[in-house]
Design a protein around this ligand. Structure first.
Ligand SMILES: [Ca+2]
Length: 174
């Protein structure tokens, strides 16, 4: 299975294959890693240089996933929404665990460390206001009045505190 996947990846130059790949938050050494969802399973490649390594036999694809280190253990976790439920796969390996729920949909979410505790939070842009769920487990707390939504926004660490849009410096993927 793994060698088939590596063969498939190395052989493919088709643009549509890119739809199955996500760039994962970089590590403390500023490395970018690749996450692959084939529709049958998840894999990752460290810095895009190693062979594809099996993570989990899950069918969700990258267009329905978000990434962040929710438990602060230094490994990237995988987030999705099933119905109203917020589901996390720890390290991309564990079964889905329900950590929260909301009527709002993940297309309006962005994952990053907004609170500054080195764990990922869920940012939500409703269209009239921004909210943040601390660690993905807390309720949505109002952050700012703004009509800008996630596609309108860029996230980064703009000052010297520990709060960060997507805290790549602190996340060691998988
Ligand atoms: Ca983690």
């Amino acid at each position: 299975m793994l060698s088939d996947t590596n063969e498939m990846v190395s052989r493919s130059r088709r643009a549509d294959f890119i739809a199955y790949i996500a760039l994962i938050a970089t590590s403390a050494r500023n490395y970018t890693h690749l996450f692959l969802s084939t529709g049958e399973a998840w894999y990752y490649s460290s810095r895009g240089k190693t062979e594809w390594r099996f993570l989990s036999a899950k069918k969700e694809t990258v267009d329905n996933l978000l990434f962040g280190d929710f438990d602060g253990d230094g490994r990237t976790d995988v987030f999705t929404q099933i119905g109203d439920n917020w589901m996390v796969s720890w390290g991309g390996i564990s079964p889905w665990e329900n950590i929260n729920h909301s009527q709002w949909r993940m297309k309006d979410f962005y994952i990053g460390d907004f609170v500054g505790d080195r764990r990922a939070d869920v940012f939500f842009a409703r269209g009239d206001q921004w909210f943040v769920s601390d660690g993905g487990r807390g309720p949505f707390v109002p952050y700012a009045i703004s009509s800008f939504k996630v596609p309108d926004l860029a996230f980064g660490h703009f000052d010297s505190d520990q709060k960060y849009g997507n805290d790549e410096k602190l996340v060691e993927p998988f």
